[in-house]
Design a protein around this ligand. Structure first.
Ligand code: ZN
Ligand code: ZN
Length: 413
């Protein structure tokens, strides 16, 4: 039993809707849910109407049906993206529907599935849903990704526990890292968290570093150039209409985009990475002129190579993110096998798509201009953790000053 579960679930739903989405009167939020998440979904729908939503639209997926399809459907199915699925996201886009989604899928959902099928589906789904997801990553409407436990996920995170005991343990962990205590004040705590993060973001934006140099005892020695007019962001974002929202709950990171052609050297992973449910561990990536030129993994190298091979852009970096080693997620000591959580445990980088908002005016640039401005473009975006207890990051300004950004795994300011 999770203590005060009902109160915490309600507090969590209000956090997601009031701070995550910040639903405005008259809006039509959409919730991407799962048949196993009915209670939280209903609480969120109620919270949306409390905020004055015009209508709340819910789409329920089903993991076991998804898996069955990937294993048993005709192979040709994966070469085509269903038009009704595209029509749905286009409808949301027209209405600038605030989008709430829950990760909580079985980490092994696609384990054992022919990787060609996954890749084929990704290749057709990407272009079909690109206008919608481009608008989302450009923050043209509010969006929030959050989490809900599933049995398979909970048992993976807590191998010593089974059934409801594992689910309860995962709920406890999610509530803890989301600052949900049952006292009904998570919304206030998140507003304070957003303000504190905003101070660091302002300092970093003031420095306008030309490059960052990463080193640690694992052997990381990586220099990353940053684009002109790059923009650091963290915790909260704003739509063009000025509505503040939090795109990830939980989130601890302060991030921007590197120049896609600006990485040189080697970076070692600090934590394992789960790619389509397959564990990749003990790896390093070598970069030359931004491109990943060599990969080695102690475990799961094939899955890492496939992910890097998604398209041309997935061979280059699209994100640089700073997270203190002493973060609520790292402090749980858990590996969540879920990027939403694990990426907030540690400083990380991502290969693939850069967020357009990471360069001034980037949201209004087409792909060609974004690339020219230094922002990577790709159909994928995969985060991997590089932050260790001893990580050092030194920023170099355009006039050659060297400023410590990270000392011993934590912010220097
Ligand atoms: Zn990130
Ligand atoms: Zn990322």
């Amino acid at each position: 039993m999770v203590k005060d579960f009902k109160a915490k679930l309600r507090e969590y739903a209000h956090l997601l809707v009031e701070v995550g989405l910040n639903v405005q009167p008259g809006q039509t939020p959409s919730i991407e849910s799962n048949v196993e998440f009915v209670d939280l979904t209903r609480s969120c729908v109620a919270a949306c109407y409390d905020c004055g939503a015009r209508e709340v639209v819910v789409y329920y997926g089903d993991d076991s049906i998804t898996r069955e399809g990937f294993l048993r459907a005709d192979a040709a199915v994966f070469d085509e993206y269903p038009s009704y699925m595209k029509a749905r996201v286009d409808w949301y886009l027209e209405r600038k529907s605030p989008r709430l989604s829950f990760t909580g899928s079985n980490p092994e959902l696609l384990k054992g599935v022919d990787p060609d099928r996954i890749q084929a589906r990704r290749r057709v789904a990407g272009p079909a849903t690109k206008p919608y997801f481009d608008a989302m990553t450009a923050n043209r409407f509010q969006w929030c990704g959050s989490a809900h436990p599933t049995l398979a996920w909970a048992e993976k995170v807590f191998p010593g526990k089974t059934g409801q005991e594992a689910i309860d343990a995962l709920w406890d962990a999610i509530f803890t890292v989301c600052r949900v205590t049952g006292d009904g004040k998570a919304v206030e705590r998140w507003k304070a968290h957003a303000a504190a993060t905003g101070r660091r973001v302002a300092l970093l934006n003031g420095y306008q570093f030309r490059s960052l140099h990463y080193t640690n005892a694992l052997g990381t020695d990586l220099t990353i150039r940053l684009p002109e007019d790059h923009v650091w962001a963290g915790v909260s974002d704003h739509t063009p209409e000025g509505v503040e929202f939090v795109a990830n709950i939980p989130t601890e990171e302060v991030f921007t985009a590197p120049r896609w052609d600006g990485a040189e050297g080697r970076v070692y992973s600090a934590l394992p990475l789960s790619v389509d449910g397959n564990l990749v561990d003990d790896f390093y990536l070598d970069f030359a002129q931004g491109r990943i030129v060599d990969v080695h993994a102690g475990q799961g190298e094939e899955f890492l190579r496939r992910a890097i091979d998604t398209d041309e852009g997935s061979h280059y970096l699209g994100e640089v993110a700073l997270v203190p080693y002493d973060s609520p997620i790292r402090n749980t000591g858990l590996l969540f096998f879920n990027t939403l959580f694990d990426e907030n445990a540690s400083c990380h980088l991502a290969f693939g798509e850069a967020y357009p908002s990471c360069v001034k005016g980037g949201e209004d640039m087409d792909e060609g201009h974004r690339k020219a401005a230094g922002l990577n473009t790709s159909m994928t975006h995969i985060d991997f953790m590089v932050g260790t207890r001893d990580l050092s990051i030194v920023g170099t300004t355009h006039d050659g000053r060297e400023i410590p950004v990270f000392v011993d795994g934590d912010f220097a300011f």
